[in-house]
Design a protein around this ligand. Structure first.
Ligand code: HEM
Length: 391
């Protein structure tokens, strides 16, 4: 687990000993069963690391222990998924688009290695494991085809190989890998679920980030629009490729760890709801959902709702190519919502969701996103909508 692997390059960067030891402990423990006094100890360790000097060790200890803080009012989904670590990684990068793709690449590559190492050792049979690995490789292929420029993809630019020579980047990817991905159960298949959630969160962010850039380019910069809308389509399709791999999780395997995840539902995902706001506009039907979680307040705020959605920006263009490019590029998001509803039905038949909704029925209501309102603002000079979102 201490190596971040790239095609053609393997580098190892150790964490400070105290951090490595804690990361090992957290990766090897079913966190839902962590004794209360240990949680208290981790919470105190977080406070000490925050109060302590800005050393490498303290920085990583903060990342590792933040989800256990009894002082912070962190929503359950964020305690579970550790998105603050992704936020930390992205805040250190100049180009969040390529950095996001490299992050998903590193996490999926590591998951493939884990699946191969542990093939046949858990409930998943060797054949099922091989199928999962092949679908995870399809995620890597998809990342390889992601456009970086008009004539450049991740693969043609050899981004992954070159990243392997960037010591800071390799080290930061290792930190994300080691400081997140913890399971609440002792079930092997929770790894697949957890890394899928992480990959989807990054994709939600990528869809939003590229959508914002495409919106700003409509009517002003045709070549920029053409590139950003292709990136938007590719990020949207990434969600479907990840879901295809996740489908190797059977409902029985899912039920094996579902209870341990408690109320950590992705209905609390700020990245997701901001993505929908940016792409489609404000979804009034969800105002009750947004209102249930204090950290989702920005989605309900008039400040963010005054922005033009990508859909409205494209629809207002006189250029048919602009309108058609949006329709074609948005289609994978529609497909994803439909498949997500399918997941709800398959995995949770007649069951309520862990986010306090009726379950699959909730997902079904939001597959369609027609006719949502959006405002007039185009330029996001304050970067209100553009950063990776976590709590
Ligand atoms: C076995 C797989 C999955 C099942 C059965 C499932 C089921 C559900 C259900 C029932 C809901 C309704 C809200 C609630 O929890 O009460 C929901 C919401 C949601 N899920 Fe999933 N989900 C799965 C995988 C994922 C993954 C991998 C992600 C990626 C982050 C994800 C993201 C979301 C989001 C963003 C919402 C809120 C949707 C909205 O408000 O429109 N789900 N899911």
């Amino acid at each position: 687990m201490n190596a971040v692997r790239f095609a053609g390059a393997t580098r190892t960067r150790e964490l400070p000993a105290a951090c490595a030891e804690l990361a090992d402990r957290l990766h090897a423990t079913a966190l839902a069963e962590l004794p209360e006094d240990e949680v208290r100890g981790l919470s105190e360790r977080y406070d000490a690391a925050v109060a302590g000097a800005d050393t490498d060790e303290n920085e990583i200890l903060r990342l590792l222990t933040r989800p256990f803080s009894l002082r912070l009012d962190t929503p359950e989904y964020y305690r579970y998924t550790g998105m603050h670590v992704t936020g930390w990684y992205l805040a250190r990068r100049e180009d969040p688009y390529e950095a996001s793709l490299l992050l998903v690449h590193a996490l999926v590559t590591d998951l493939i290695a884990l699946e191969e190492r542990e093939a046949g050792l858990h409930e998943t049979t060797v054949e099922e494991g091989a199928e999962r690995v092949s679908r995870l490789r399809a995620v890597l292929d998809h990342l390889g085809g992601s456009p970086l420029g008009p004539d450049r993809t991740m693969a043609s630019a050899e981004s992954v190989r070159l990243a392997g020579h960037d010591d800071t980047l390799v080290r930061d990817l290792l930190v994300v890998n080691r400081c997140s991905g913890f399971r609440r159960s002792d079930k092997h298949d929770e790894h697949m679920f957890m890394r899928s959630v992480q990959a989807c969160e990054v994709a939600f962010f990528l869809v939003r980030w590229t959508a914002r850039r495409a919106t700003e380019a409509v009517g002003r910069a045709p070549a920029e629009y053409a590139l950003r809308i292709r990136q938007f389509a590719s990020a949207a399709e990434l969600l479907n490729v990840v879901f295809h791999a996740l489908r190797t999780l059977t409902p029985e395997l899912f039920m094996g760890f579902r209870d341990a995840t408690g109320s950590a539902s992705a209905v609390q995902s700020l990245n997701y709801h901001l993505m929908e706001l940016v792409v489609y506009g404000y979804d009034e039907r969800k105002s009750e959902t947004y209102g249930r979680f204090a950290h989702l307040a920005p989605v309900n705020s008039l400040r963010l709702r005054r922005f033009t959605s990508l859909r409205d920006a494209a629809a207002g263009s006189a250029d048919a190519d602009v309108r058609e490019a949006f329709a074609a590029s948005e289609a994978p998001l529609h497909v994803w919502r439909g498949r997500h509803y399918g997941f709800g039905r398959r995995y949770l038949p007649e069951m309520t969701g862990s986010g306090g909704t009726e379950g699959a029925g909730y997902l079904k209501r939001f597959v369609g996103k027609a006719g949502l309102p959006s405002g007039d603002s185009i330029d996001d000079t304050e970067q209100l909508l553009t950063r990776f979102a976590f709590c």
